[in-house]
Design a protein around this ligand. Structure first.
Ligand code: ACO
Length: 412
């Protein structure tokens, strides 16, 4: 109804690109993906090489600063990240204020936003200036501190969200353990004197963290950059990214895969499930990807890691069903035609389940490593040549033309 707004179509070129299928919003030197060939590289290094030979924190340094660290750079980065794991004791009250059955992702999202309130030095509007400039040492050191804090405290906040749900006391991050070892300690520690994380599980978690560290402009990373483009502090931007990742089409998919496998039950029920997917009554969670049109290269690494974990924990009872589902989908014309193949989430949930993590904690295990990628992109954006331009997309308006207001009693 109403007249079309004048000249709406005469304001220059405006491209309608629903879901950003073809829009590049930034130039980036961080992560390369070739979705047709199934290639993923961090700063040029193939993910398979990194997963086999590197570690999560080494890759974090690589993603954020652009090159593999020397030994002393690595040691410095690791000790800063681990040192910043300790949370202010006030945070205990914050976590205890949630409902007893709050989803850990709700807690974690809120916790990142809460964290920002501790560090006004990271908030440009409170400082009244642009904070970050390439070549300015004070500004780069300020940025580094926020990076150490967010990566260091991600495990602590995640473990607090885990323990509060179980009515258990919080654990101060230990010294002398690796990043993933410290995380497992904070999750599992029940007061034993000689607690040590199982080395196979510690290594498996490190590999999973490493391959989840970045994946260029997925929904959550885009949200982080969209939010940060207003020059808000990185804690608020990370909280926004965390909220975006929570959805079942993104980081919630690893949780959705297990719920799907439980609902299918035995392998003999797989054909009926596949038919329901083809009738669009169900979604095959853990399959399909906006960028990959072949298997996600990370899915092979996860599959291999699963075998190492199952050797310790025993096989997950859902593994047979998962394998039957995978094999059936991979040779079905519906999935072949649409180039649908397993993504990283198809197998990762089975590992987390075997390691004893509760189902709704799985997306948290995605956020903890992914803060690395978000921070790498945030740093790159803050230091980009020419400064930050606020992200403000346009729309194609399809609503009413001008209308005159009518008092309520005169409306038909
Ligand atoms: N099950 C069944 N059909 C699917 C699936 C799936 N998992 N994924 C896509 N399709 C179908 C679509 O219905 C569509 O069919 P059509 O052309 O006949 O309408 C076609 O494949 C193309 O799919 P789109 O939805 O256009 O693909 P898009 O790039 O928009 O979505 C997404 C990608 C969201 C990942 C999608 O594949 C999906 O929902 N997968 C399941 C959820 C999942 O595993 N998410 C994790 C992604 S990876 C990550 O975040 C780590």
């Amino acid at each position: 109804p109403g007249e079309r707004p004048e000249n709406e179509t005469e304001k220059g070129l405006r491209v309608a690109d629903k879901g950003f299928l073809n829009t590049a919003v930034i130039q980036s030197r961080i992560t390369y993906i070739d979705g047709e060939a199934g290639v993923l590289r961090y700063r040029g290094y193939p993910i398979e090489q990194l997963a086999g030979r590197s570690s999560h924190l080494e890759c974090a340094y690589l993603l954020i600063y652009g090159s593999l660290p020397t030994r002393s750079q690595h040691n410095h980065f690791e000790s800063e990240v681990l040192r910043h794991g300790v949370m202010h004791s006030d945070a205990q009250t914050f976590f205890r204020s949630f409902r007893y059955d709050a989803h850990p992702m709700s807690m974690l999202t809120s916790a990142f936003a809460m964290l920002g309130s501790y560090y006004p030095e990271a908030n440009p509007s409170l400082q009244g200036q642009r904070l970050y400039t390439e070549g300015d040492r004070t500004s780069l050191e300020n940025m580094d501190r926020q990076i150490y804090r967010i990566i260091g405290k991600a495990t602590t906040l995640a473990a607090m969200a885990y323990r509060v749900r179980q009515g258990r006391d919080f654990v101060t991050p230990p010294t002398g353990l690796s990043y993933t070892g410290s995380f497992l300690y904070q999750m599992d520690h029940l007061g034993e004197e000689n607690y040590a994380p199982n080395p196979v599980l510690e290594k498996a978690l490190d590999v999973l963290f490493l391959i989840h560290a970045d994946h260029e402009l997925n929904a959550s990373c885009t949200t982080v950059l969209q939010t940060a483009s207003s020059l808000v502090d990185p804690y608020s931007a990370v909280a926004a990214g965390c909220a975006s990742l929570y959805g079942p089409l993104h980081g919630g998919a690893n949780e959705a895969v297990i719920r799907m496998l439980i609902s299918i039950g035995k392998p003999e029920n797989v054909p009926a499930f596949i038919e329901a997917v083809k009738r669009r009554e169900k979604t095959l969670s853990g399959f399909g990807h906006r960028v990959y049109k072949t298997s996600d290269p990370r899915s092979f690494i996860v599959r291999k890691t699963a075998d190492a974990v199952f050797a310790v924990t025993g096989k997950d009872e859902l593994l047979e069903t998962a394998m039957a589902l995978h094999d059936a989908a991979m040779k079905d014309e519906y999935f072949i035609k649409r180039k649908l193949a397993p993504n990283v989430d198809f197998w990762s949930g089975l590992i987390y389940r075997a390691m004893g993590f509760p189902l709704d904690f799985f997306p948290v295990l995605f956020v903890v490593p992914r803060v690395v990628g978000w921070l790498a992109h945030w740093r790159q954006m803050m230091l980009q040549e020419g400064g930050v331009k606020i992200w403000r997309p346009r729309q194609i308006y399809t609503g009413s033309g001008k209308r005159d207001y009518m008092p309520v009693d005169e409306r038909g």
